[in-house]
Design a protein around this ligand. Structure first.
Ligand SMILES: *Cc1c(COP(=O)(O)O)cnc(C)c1O
Length: 434
């Protein structure tokens, strides 16, 4: 993720960049990477992203997606024509419907969600709060014995913090599942944790550290069998792993749009609320924009119809312009093709790590089975905090996750096999030097 203190990037002039650029023709791994790129049906998408000067390998597209080239023009056009030209009329002429229109698109392209259940708004943190509060209140209203939120110890910090806050606010209890960070939450653990006291279960689909892909189907069934709804955080799966929210009868979900969906830094989140809950779940931040008739400005709050009631204040329209460009690319490529390349990329990363890094004491802290893995891989060694800073200085940009993990994020539309190899070659050379 982007918010930890990170080492400063300097110009990538240290020797390994030059060395990696002229990859040895006799290097069998370089030949392998070239073959994989030549056979890649999505290879053409790389040119649809802005290039970055002095970056040898961008291995963090799971934290901040690269800008689609179309975004620059579309943003400039929007400022001039839409914002500049239409001014306040823009709201009536369309912006007001963007949260649900873009939500429907994300639902169709990436989430397996029928129209009318996804909205774009806020940040993931805020939408998670609103949906978890809505779920908890609806469930405890119907059955006051249900006061426990089930979550796991390795979920993303914001998810844990938000749920801690809600528990304190509502007098609910948290029921923690201890997870192995390299493995992640299992259906058996969830079955053992849920029961007649469960109000809600909240998990991440793809674990932010290990990349473990949780069994959304079996875990959602386990929650439902115990009588509780399931809320999923899709931040690290949306746009990388196909999701089937309607088919699996998921109750609610949230996720980021600045990761694989390439909406740009701080682009708004999306929230999914299954249609069957629209009448009963009430989110707590009752703002004018989510009310039935925002421009009537009436005396009391009446929630807007359907998923629109999840909105609170004025939607972040600029952030949605670039998001539209990211969604265009994903729709054109197709999520199944993206997933196929994602598996192949992480598979190649595993092979490279086994061959080049393991002999130097580097461990893979992600599932080896591609069925159990999302779009990124974490490798660990005691000195990797400093190592990550050295990589950044050489134009290789993964990210560091405490205590000792380098996370290799592989965005299928913008990452080539050659780029992945070039980055891991630099890392391999550095770890071999030590
Ligand atoms: C990236 C990420 C977030 C980020 O939330 P923001 O509100 O956008 O800062 C939340 N949850 C998970 C699982 C993430 O990976």
């Amino acid at each position: 993720m982007t918010h930890e203190p990170e080492p400063a990037t300097g110009p990538a002039t240290d020797p390994p960049v030059a060395r990696a650029r002229e990859l040895d023709a006799a290097d069998p791994w370089a030949a392998r990477a070239r073959e994989l790129d030549a056979a890649d049906p999505l290879a053409g998408f790389r040119d649809r992203f802005e290039p970055a000067a002095n970056v040898l390998a961008y291995l963090d597209g799971n934290s901040l997606g690269r800008p689609p080239r179309a975004a620059a023009d579309r943003l400039a056009w929007f400022v001039r024509e839409d914002w500049g030209g239409r001014l306040i009329r823009g709201w009536d002429e369309g912006w007001i419907d963007w949260p649900t229109e873009l939500g429907d698109r994300i639902g169709r392209v990436a989430l397996g969600a029928a129209a009318g259940q996804v909205v774009v708004a806020d940040s993931t943190t805020v939408l998670l709060y609103k949906l978890a509060r809505a779920a908890l209140d609806a469930v405890t209203d119907a059955d006051p014995a249900r006061r426990e939120i089930v979550l796991d110890t390795d979920n993303f910090p914001t998810d844990r913090y938000v749920l801690e806050g809600i528990a304190a606010e509502r007098g609910a209890r948290l029921r923690w599942i201890e997870t192995d960070p390299a493995d992640g939450v299992t259906p058996a653990q969830v079955r053992a944790a849920v029961g007649p006291a469960t109000a809600l279960v909240v998990f991440s689909h793809v674990a932010y550290r290990s990349g473990q892909l949780a069994e959304m189907d079996a875990i959602t069934v386990a929650a439902h069998e115990a009588g509780a709804p399931a809320l999923w955080d899709l931040s690290h799966s949306v746009g990388s792993v196909p999701v089937r929210l309607d088919e699996l009868a998921v109750d609610a979900a949230v996720g980021c749009t600045y990761k694989y969906l390439c909406g740009g830094p701080g682009s708004p989140a999306f929230g999914y609320l299954a249609a069957r809950h629209h009448d009963r779940w009430r989110q707590p931040v009752q703002g004018w924009f989510g009310s039935r008739e925002p421009f009537e400005m009436g005396p009391g709050y009446q929630p807007g119809a359907g998923v629109r009631g999840l909105v609170s204040g004025t939607p972040p329209v600029l952030g949605m312009v670039a998001l539209g460009c990211g969604l265009d690319l994903l729709a054109e490529a197709g999520i199944e093709a993206v997933r196929a390349k994602s598996r192949a990329l992480t598979g190649f990363a595993v092979e490279l790590a086994d061959a080049l890094l393991a002999p130097c004491g580097v461990r893979i802290a992600s599932p080896r089975d591609p069925e159990r893995r999302g779009g990124h891989l974490t490798v660990r060694r005691a000195d990797f905090r400093e190592m990550c800073a050295r990589l950044w200085r050489r134009g290789v940009l993964p990210d560091f996750r405490a205590p000792d993990g380098i996370r290799i994020g592989l965005a299928p539309l913008s990452t080539s096999y050659g780029e992945l190899y070039a980055g891991l070659r630099v890392l391999a050379d550095l770890v071999a030097e030590e």
